[in-house]
Design a protein around this ligand. Structure first.
Ligand code: GLN
Ligand code: ZN
Length: 784
């Protein structure tokens, strides 16, 4: 039996028509596509494997859409979105809508079907997929449009209209959602081989005619409102970009007549100039703003809002899992009403609910108290509606009361606050928490102890996670095997990995991480202040989802987390064994974080917990410790004005973790991102003794920083081969890469390692690849 939430008891499934003079208006920006139990994921994967038909896949998708629309209608939402569903990605859907298919996919015109669509998304036997990259500062990845001067845009996918009609046939009038022309253009990249002088922006006027056709068709189908998402407006736009935006929308104005158009922004507040340009658009009926991440949105609105327009007020957080503080939101909404007029406020979510989990109802294992503090997408829909009702004087007292009770319980719960953790973080404030000696002095001390060859070889941490390893972990978790058997199985695996590395001749070893399911979850499970869901999936890309832990309370480390495994592994070899930890910034960025304290406070707490672990490892005789900060770059705020502060506390958090170790203990860090030329100074400032970085897929972009004369005087290991591909690099190829690096980096600083962990690869790929890597390092050593 599904556990029923209090929410469900207090909210009627069918809301009665409102009898107040003013109609209540509620709006949802977008909704998760995967389904409450990842139904779409399984349908897609079975389709891709050829195990089910097009019809099967379409049926699952249609059922999901219908259930979402019905759910929102039953709750009472006035503006229900359509076309926020996607078989893979909404940016790719827009590429299909515009007929902007790169020539290599061999599309010959006509309506774009699954074969061309999925080839662009995933590649096919003969053509690789299009590139994928992060959607703003979320963990969702979109397919990057590739555009050049020769693209012939045409209306090639009628998905938006079809989905509008589909909902209408179910008796639900929806608001079709389109990704706007400026966002589309600025999220794309120039196609390969296109002349450097080509400007993507110049294509905007070429896609506007297609948008006009789409809008006209939506209008003809009966749509009275459409939503155009322009999240790019929250970025720092150049004058020309903003001008292009204004031009595009004045061009579109004629097709907007007889239609209400909402321009939706999210993920931050919009800069002042952009706000002015946006709110001066006459042809538009409403504007949507993020009032959660957009901390200055309220001030912007106070500075002026056009009298005849609707304000879609994104007060319910679409990026997190916490129950809304309804009383607080209601206050804000009332302030907004006083600014823009009583009839003009529409209650909304801060952004699409795509970025939160789907339905709390399926959380059967969550602690009851913690559960009462949460709201996933389905519950947020109810919250939006409750706020809208309250605004028109139809406040559901019981619902508000139970919400207030859950907030009071969260505020006062002893599980949320830990006095000694707070004291420790407060004590951090004034002094500098970094290692006292220079990296040059430390490297010398470490070399004395470690006695490593020049161009030392190492790996990033994980070794292949075989079916056998996963099975043992699973059986231990479900108590099918004893702790004793589990530990022995893991020890055996570690010993295999150690022997293999010794045989390959690797200099600094790893234990292979067989005991870890995931680099964040593993630590979250052992730290206090974290909770885990069973179905709290969030789409990452395509059919892939992640299940971020929830940080609900002050973070502390009850006991050592990795010392047993690392010292066991060290006892098996005379070579240095790297201790392997996930850094505080990465743990933070890959979790749902609490919203009752600043992110940096939470990060400092995690940093102190990791610091304890680092020092325990050192005490246990581990003299090389790697603290992974794979996700440091992706937490960078969207707006330049906020980046300095983030980098400051992120770097500090990392420094805190290892400020207490001896000079002879070598601290490594690892990053899965090569594009940090813009934050290189912060990376240097982290003060790691050695940094390993993903590099091989970026055309040596990384190395160009060093060419530009950036002074880096610590150890550095730009990956010498791509672990994301099954391809085995040859010795010559690796040697060639090393030589390229030596052209810009001093040999005394260079390390030789793969791009990232080997977890997803097979032994049959890893063994020869590492063998060639070591051979290449040895070859070059003889020539230095
Ligand atoms: N140590 C981790 C591993 O090797 C690092 C993974 C990552 O950077 N994403 O798996
Ligand atoms: Zn990595």
């Amino acid at each position: 039996r599904l556990h029923k939430l209090p929410i469900r008891f207090t909210t009627p499934r069918f809301s009665l028509p409102s009898f107040s003079i003013r109609a209540m208006t509620s709006h949802i920006v977008g909704y998760p596509r995967m389904g409450p139990k990842r139904e779409l994921k399984f349908a897609l994967e079975s389709f891709w494997e050829g195990k089910s038909s097009t019809v099967d896949l379409k049926q699952v998708a249609a059922d999901l859409r219908a259930s979402i629309w019905k759910q929102m209608a039953e709750v009472g939402i006035k503006f229900i979105p359509s076309n926020t569903f996607s078989y893979y990605d909404h940016v790719l859907d827009t590429t299909a809508m515009l007929g902007a298919v790169p020539p290599r996919y061999g599309w010959n015109g006509g309506e774009i079907g699954f074969d061309v669509y999925f080839s662009m998304a995933r590649g096919n036997a003969s053509v690789p997929a299009m590139e994928m990259t992060k959607w703003f500062d979320t963990n969702y990845h979109y397919i990057v449009p590739e555009l050049g001067p020769d693209v012939k845009f045409s209306y090639a996918s009628h998905k938006a209209v079809e989905e509008y009609k589909e909902a209408k046939a179910l008796g639900i009038d929806t608001v079709p959602v389109l990704l706007g022309p400026l966002s589309y253009i600025l999220l794309s990249k120039p196609a390969k081989g296109v002349d450097k002088s080509f400007s993507l922006l110049s294509l905007t006027e070429k896609i506007v005619p297609v948008y006009k056709e789409v809008v006209a068709e939506l209008k003809a189908a009966g749509a009275t409102w459409i939503q155009i998402d322009e999240p790019i407006l929250v970025m720092d736009l150049e004058a020309l970009q903003l001008q292009t935006f204004t031009n595009a929308y004045s061009e579109l104005a004629s097709s907007f007549s007889g239609l209400n158009v909402l321009i939706e922004t999210y993920f931050a507040d919009v800069p002042v100039q952009t706000y002015k340009a946006l709110t001066s658009l006459k042809s538009v009926a409403g504007f949507g703003f993020d009032l959660v991440r957009g901390t200055r949105t309220l001030n912007l609105l106070k500075s002026g809002f056009p009298p005849d327009k609707y304000l879609f007020a994104g007060v319910v957080d679409g990026r997190n899992v916490w129950a809304d503080d309804l009383a607080a939101s209601l206050c804000i909404l009332e302030v907004l009403e006083s600014i823009v007029g009583k009839e003009k406020v529409v209650v909304s979510t801060s952004c699409s609910l795509l970025h939160t989990a789907v339905d709390l109802v399926n959380e059967t294992k969550l602690d009851k108290e913690i559960k009462s503090w949460l709201a996933f997408a389905a519950q947020k829909v109810v919250e939006v509606n409750a706020l809208a009702k309250a605004l028109v004087g139809k406040k559901d007292q019981a619902f508000f009361a139970s919400n207030a009770t859950s907030h009071a319980s969260r505020r006062s719960s002893p599980r949320v606050r830990n006095a000694s953790v707070r004291k420790a973080v407060a004590a951090l404030k004034d002094s500098d928490h970094r290692r006292a000696t220079s990296v040059t002095a430390r490297l010398a001390a470490q070399q004395k102890k470690l006695n490593l060859p020049i161009l030392p070889t190492t790996t990033i941490g994980s070794f292949p996670q075989t079916g056998e390893v996963r099975k043992v972990r699973r059986e231990y978790k479900s108590k099918k095997i004893s702790e004793f058997d589990y530990v022995n199985a893991m020890k055996e695996e570690i010993s295999k990995v150690v022997k293999l590395q010794e045989e390959l001749g690797i200099d600094v070893l790893v234990h292979g991480e067989p005991e870890r399911n995931d680099m964040v979850e593993y630590f979250g499970e052992q730290l206090s202040g974290f909770a885990f869901t069973v179905n709290g999936w969030v789409q990452s890309y395509g059919s892939r989802c992640v299940k971020p832990p929830i940080i609900y309370g002050d973070v502390s480390r009850p006991r050592a987390m990795t010392v047993f495994w690392s010292s066991t592994a060290q006892s098996m070899t005379r070579r240095p064994m790297k201790g392997m930890l996930t850094g505080p910034v990465t743990i933070l960025n890959w979790s749902f974080v609490r919203n009752d304290q600043d992110r940096h406070e939470t990060c400092y707490q995690i940093a102190l917990a990791i610091k304890d672990e680092v020092e325990d490892l050192e005490r246990a005789g581990i003299s090389v410790i790697q603290i992974d900060e794979a996700a440091l770059r992706e937490g960078l705020p969207l707006r330049k004005s906020e980046q300095t502060f983030y980098l400051e506390w992120a770097v500090q958090s990392f420094q805190i973790t290892n400020c207490g170790v001896k000079d002879t203990t070598q601290i490594h860090t690892h990053m899965c991102y090569s594009n940090f030329n813009d934050i290189i100074n912060s990376i240097i400032n982290m003060g790691a003794d050695v940094i390993t970085i993903e590099n091989s897929r970026s055309d040596e972009k990384l190395l160009s920083v060093f060419q530009d004369g950036v002074k880096y005087e610590a150890g550095i290991g730009p990956g010498v081969y791509d672990i994301h591909s099954p391809r085995i690099p040859s010795t010559e190829e690796v040697a060639d890469r090393i030589n390229k690096m030596l052209a810009v980096l001093d040999s005394k600083f260079l390390w030789v390692n793969p791009d990232c962990g080997l977890k997803t690869r097979k032994y049959s790929e890893v063994e020869p690849a590492l063998r060639n890597m070591v051979a290449a390092a040895k070859l070059i050593r003889t020539k230095l």
